[in-house]
Design a protein around this ligand. Structure first.
Ligand code: IVH
Length: 688
């Protein structure tokens, strides 16, 4: 093994600092200071040096944020200082009572101030830094003992792996809230739905589920975020003056490199607290994360210490919560929705009710266990909640309002769509229709195939899919590639031009990479992240279909349930037929094919392009210039010498000619990718 020279060591340190600063500016300050491409390059340089000198890898290196080998379980850790929960007040009167109470404990305190902070709806974390380096991350657990999830905490980009001070104290404990932004939560749920998995009810549950993932690579892909709110320094000396108040502690946390919620405020009276509380009730709906109240803390740390804690709560802080977004309404009927994976989901149709500013008419009842547990019946008055302000759900039944003669709800024995018997596999909560030609499953499969992260077939929405299936024009995704212009043009709401565009979009989907095709197949548990991982390890469908359970399970990041799901899928004869037909349809079932249709820009000098139709953003002249700049030639007529037809909307006869000559087609996005394959690169460690 080569010995690292002082120059190498210095360069490694320099790279780490550069990357750390760039990452801090991006994730904490929301103010990027480095081009993505430059970050990529520096990151790769560091990665290469660390591969060459593995003894120099340290846990706080920016390369350590991508996750490690899955853990088999987490260990329990006792908190040095109990991680208390907060007492709740649900209105300002309750807050006033709390104020009177703490004042009785500290009667000499005439002058005081509060710090009001938003109550972030996530999961508390305790982070320990030794000599400035993050060494431990622990969940709240029961407040006395939590789970050690350091591996997962390292993947949270906004948490510094190293404190931003030259002379760090020996030990620091920082506490704060890990959470998922609403858009990330929605994205995770979309992925789960597409992978046939049960949805998270709200961002808090989804953050909790993510933090407790044994595979930290999954955590890394989920973009958790963090706000710090307390700092425990003990009696150590610092290079800066120690904080005297919560306000100063928050400022110091910020200096140390932590993200601190910016919407904090010092309030000198109950009236000011009330104003803060009320104004954030309106504003909080436009925040990108969930808040369920405000936390009011006494500002003076001396006073905090003087007041101390009860068994459960600190006496110096209280959560002033917003009323839960719940309302009573009546269940009018319960219907069953059959999803892409055949899962039967009961849905409560409700008497419309106002919740969190929107009208709620339906709520998910998840599955038969959920219904049985609540004993929800048609006619019942129930409490609905808009969990995470996104998916409404039934929380409980008000049995005293139940009308006479209602019956417990029973899941149907037959699929409500294809009328074949349904099954509920042993140990599962979900009832499923297993008939692969069930129209509901087929419609779901087609919509999923056409979705943005899969084959991205623009124009193949639910309405069109419904007609294609109901008219029996399509009975498998492979049939899409045999559709004719006449068949499409005969559908309702689809004129000839749109039909033509759809035909182009379908044809273009043949160029989508193997990983997207794999995701599009809709195998249970294969969301786009898993599809990426598998497509990389098994670059052809034959390799994946022929792989043993052990081989698939051996892939880093793929668990036994996922592996079993893939193996079983390829054993089903109708799936084997589907693959054979997709192959005939020239859909990309291997990674290599992609590189032959997407040459690097250097080889463009010998290529001839024709442009037809209107491109989404580029004018035709601009596209032409770009191609010429990259060394390609643009002509007006399609002939056997044409290498690529660039296709926009309302493409005309050139498209038909190109199709008849078997010429490759590109849409604008594919053209741009071809011209600048590394364009739009993100930070290398961020996936999806
Ligand atoms: S202070 C000893 N500040 O709310 C008190 N907590 O319902 C420590 N939370 O367990 C908590 N935002 O997980 C504090 N700005 C904030 C908070 C906050 C969210 C959570 C925290 C706590 C829970 C209590």
């Amino acid at each position: 093994m080569p010995q690292a020279t002082p120059e190498v060591k210095q360069r490694i340190e320099e790279l780490r600092q550069l990357l750390q600063r760039a990452s801090y500016a991006y994730y904490v300050l929301d103010n990027p200071v480095m081009e993505d491409a430059v970050y990529d390059q520096l990151y790769r340089e560091l990665q290469e040096l660390e591969t060459q000198y593995p003894e120099l890898v340290t846990p706080e290196s920016p390369t350590q944020r991508v996750g490690e080998q899955p853990a088999s379980q987490f260990s329990s850790v006792r908190h040095n200082i109990p991680l208390y929960s907060l007492e709740n007040a649900f209105n300002i009167e309750e807050f006033a009572k709390w104020q009177e109470r703490w004042q009785r404990y500290a009667p000499s305190q005439k002058e005081f101030a509060y710090v009001c902070e938003l109550k972030i709806d996530g999961n508390a974390l305790a982070l320990t830094y030794e000599n400035g380096v993050l060494v431990r991350g622990v969940t709240r657990g029961d407040g006395v003992t939590g789970e050690e999830i350091t591996q997962n905490v390292r993947t949270i980009r906004s948490i510094p792996l190293r404190l931003h001070v030259d002379q760090p104290p020996d030990v620091v404990e920082v506490r704060g809230e890990a959470f998922l932004a609403l858009d990330v939560f929605e994205q995770i749920n979309q992925e789960r739905e597409q992978a046939g998995e049960q949805l998270f009810a709200n961002p808090r549950n989804s953050a909790a589920g993510t933090l407790r993932q044994l595979d930290s690579r999954v955590v890394a892909s989920r973009r958790l975020d963090f706000f710090a709110y307390t700092l425990h320094l003990g009696s150590q000396q610092l290079e800066v003056a120690p904080p005297q108040s919560q306000w100063e502690a928050l400022e110091l946390l910020q200096k140390l490199g932590f993200p601190v919620n910016p919407h904090r405020q010092v309030c000198a009276s109950l009236q000011e607290v009330q104003q803060y509380y009320e104004s954030w009730d309106l504003q909080r709906r436009s925040l990108p994360y969930m808040t369920d109240g405000v936390v009011v803390k006494l500002n003076s740390l001396t006073l905090q210490e003087q007041l101390g804690s009860t068994q459960k709560f600190p006496r110096w802080a209280i959560a002033l919560k917003y009323p839960a977004e719940e309302a009573p309404t009546r269940v009018e009927k319960i219907t069953i929705n059959v999803g892409r994976t055949g899962a039967l989901t009961p849905l409560a149709h409700l008497q419309p009710v106002q919740l969190a500013g929107t009208t709620v008419q339906r709520a998910t009842l998840h599955n038969s266990d959920f219904i049985a547990q609540l004993d929800v019946r048609v006619g019942d008055t129930v409490i609905v909640r808009k969990a995470g302000e996104i998916i409404p759900e039934v929380v409980r039944v008000l049995p005293e309002l139940r009308p006479y003669g209602t019956q417990p709800f029973q899941m149907p024995r037959d699929c409500p769509v294809c009328h074949q018997p349904v099954v509920r596999p042993h140990g599962e909560a979900v009832t499923r229709c297993l008939n692969t030609s069930c129209p509901a499953i087929l419609k779901g499969a087609l919509t999923h195939w056409a979705s943005r992260n899969a084959l991205d077939i623009n124009g193949l929405g639910e309405k069109i899919v419904e007609q294609l299936v109901d008219k029996r024009v399509v009975s498998s995704v492979a049939d899409l590639y045999d559709l004719t212009l006449e068949q499409l043009a005969s559908l309702e709401r689809l004129g000839k031009k749109s039909a033509q565009n759809l035909l182009v979009a379908i044809a273009n989907s043949q160029n989508q990479p193997w990983s997207r095709v794999l995701y599009g197949l809709g195998i249970r548990h294969i969301g786009s992240v898993n599809a990426d991982i598998l497509a990389q390890k098994f670059p052809t469908v034959e390799l994946l279909a022929g792989a043993s359970l052990a081989q698939i399970e051996g892939v880093y990041g793929i668990g036994p349930e996922i592996a079993q799901s893939v193996c079983s899928w390829f054993q089903v004869p109708s799936n084997q037929t589907l693959i054979a037909r997709l192959k005939q349809a020239r859909v990309q079932l291997s990674a290599q094919n992609l590189t032959t249709t997407e040459p690097s820009s250097q080889s463009l000098s010998s290529k001839t392009f024709v442009i037809t139709g209107t491109l989404p953003t580029l004018k035709r002249d601009e596209a032409k210039q770009l191609i010429q700049k990259a060394g390609g030639k643009v002509t007006n007529t399609v002939s056997s010498k044409t290498d690529y037809l660039v296709v926009g909307e309302d493409a005309g006869s050139k498209l038909e000619k190109a199709q008849s000559l078997g010429i490759s087609q590109l849409n604008q996005a594919q053209l741009l990718k071809l011209l600048a394959p590394r364009q739009g690169n993100n930070y290398p460690v961020e996936k999806g």
